[in-house]
Write a protein of this length. Structure first.
Length: 242
């Protein structure tokens, strides 16, 4: 794993956006793995800015999102479907039929998981997977204890994750209890992974990732086994000098 420290959240976002822009310019048919949450929002803003200024085209790009809440309608303001459309997709020339997000309101979530894995298999591998880091070490919604062999599955969110995400909802009661997430094995199939870590509340998790063992107790630790991972952390999440 390579780690780069950025002096600020903005600088982290710029470095990440540039990596995506360079990739898409090099391969206009890239398959991107995308994350939601607070960490990548500025990066998405910069992708839009670049698209408007320099016309980088996403017309032939395919994207797969990591996860979606179970039980939220697509048009719910906190669904990841809404997040992705409003934060990114509607501002680019990406084709909606090329953007994939698990369907959290499928009649059978089990079948939805199998469908998503099939899509990943048919259209993958993902060229570049963007990840955020959970305070408890989750990647996607793969909570501590998730098998490293997992593919897309239904997950019961931990209280700590629900608590962390309650900031986007009116109250803790409104935060869904379950989600559908790409599994660790699916994430590890990406050719390249970009992990973004921002803020002092991620400091402990990042330290544990860098110094701790590879263990299912801390899902992000599996990234140490991937051949091409870049971590971009801002100064508040990472302040080591060596
Ligand atoms: C989001 C996702 C999560 C987040 C993580 C960090 O699609 O899969 O793993 O990346 O919870 O969230 P933020 O960026 O809000 O701190």
């Amino acid at each position: 794993m390579d780690i780069i420290t950025a002096p600020s959240y903005e600088a982290m976002s710029e470095a990440a956006a540039n990596q995506i822009i360079d990739l898409v310019k090099l391969n206009p048919h890239s398959v991107l793995g995308l994350a939601t949450g607070g960490t990548p929002t500025k990066m998405y803003e910069l992708l839009i800015k670049d698209h408007l200024a320099h016309h980088t085209s996403y017309k032939n790009v395919t994207s797969f999102n990591l996860d979606e809440y179970a039980g939220l309608k697509k048009d719910h303001p906190n669904s990841y479907f809404s997040y992705m459309n409003q934060t990114l997709f509607m501002h680019l020339d990406i084709q909606q039929q090329h953007t994939f997000i698990p369907n959290g309101i499928a009649e059978s979530l089990e079948k939805e998981c199998a469908r998503y894995d099939q899509l990943l298999q048919d259209m993958g591998p993902i060229d570049l997977q963007v990840l955020g880091l959970g305070e408890n070490g989750h990647i996607g919604f793969n909570e501590p204890g998730t098998s490293f062999e997992s593919e897309t599955h239904i997950v019961r969110l931990t209280e700590s994750t629900r608590h962390a995400n309650a900031r986007f909802f009116g109250s803790m009661d409104e935060v869904p209890t379950h989600a559908v997430t790409m599994g660790i094995k699916s994430i590890m199939k990406a050719k390249e992974i970009l992990l973004l870590v921002s803020g002092k509340n991620k400091k402990n998790a990042l330290e544990r990732l860098l110094d701790g063992p590879v263990s299912e107790d801390f899902p992000a630790s599996i990234l140490k086994k991937h051949p091409k991972v870049k971590i971009i952390a801002d100064k508040s999440a990472y302040s080591r000098t060596n």
